[in-house]
Design a protein around this ligand. Sequence first.
Ligand code: AQP
Length: 333
Amino acid sequence: MSKKIFSGVQPTGNLHLGNYIGAIKNFVDLQNNKDNSCIFCVVDLHAITVIQDPIELKNNIRETAAAFIASGIDPKNSIIFNQSLVPAHSEGSWILGCVARMGWLNRMTQFKEKAGKDKEKASVGLYIYPVLMASDILLYDATHVPVGDDQKQHLELCRDIAQKFNNEYKCKDFLTPPEPLIQKHFSRIMSLKNGTKKMSKSDIAEGSRINLTDTEDEIVKKIKKAKTDNDTLPGNEEGLKGRPEAENLIGIYSSLSNQNVADTLNEFGGKNFSDLKNKLSEIIVTKLSPISKEIKKLLSDKNYIDQILEDGAAKAEGISSKKVKKIKEIVGF
Ligand code: AQP
């Protein structure tokens, strides 16, 4: 079945192995299926829900686009653009925000986690982030959205918004409730310092994540220092229960070597973490070094990246401006 794919990544710096395994690696696989049409967006409007340094943001927009391309997303096959270049996203977001219910947004766990204890100080943008995400997706009639496990709830909200809009305005099937594409395994890569916490760009502990731009030395050092427990590695999946660090490192290795967890456990069962760590460093370096080199090369020609983003934005605009025009007609403007 052909799929219309839409997904986004925030240009908030420090793109990491979790973003790669949980999102970008799948983007490439989906693009390589010729039946799919794919749109990959650098979601810069989402990024400013937390204040960003303007100069860093500009660099991070280019770096995220470069990471897409370096990982294998081909701008000739997929649309790559940054969200702020296409006004329809913000316009659609306002209208859909008038359809979304406060009660729905109040349930969003990502807001609760990111706002922390002092919700009063969080930006309104952070609160309505999932509405903008719904606009991004619904404007392109995306049928499938590849995301990490942490975005599942936002996708459900997007479906609710689409259905409520269609019901309220009696326009059955006008907005398409999208399906999430969440990998069965490896959909949540955890911090190298704490196997119960998501690997995250904003973690202040640099050693908690492998950045896509890390050098070989940095990768080896971070993996060497990654938290473990005191047992040898188990021979089966049952033995990973209650051992989050072991599960995470085995998961990363399995994903990058394209093998299932059972095969990885066959390889390492009964061995020490140091054996796994040596092989893990090797495979991370093999997979990420070419990407990292390509990112650096691409970033040395800013005009090239900017042109790709502008060309992508023109294509995206062509699709989304028509949809937002219809939305406006439906609501009575
Ligand atoms: N640890 C992860 N494991 C698997 N997938 C992940 N993703 C993020 N972290 C992991 C997926 O990457 C895509 C892009 O994410 P994003 O940058 O738009 O936002 P995020 O989820 O907020 O990323 P971070 O690293 O957690 O950033 P901060 O620290 O700023 O909150 C998404 O598909 C996401 O699921």
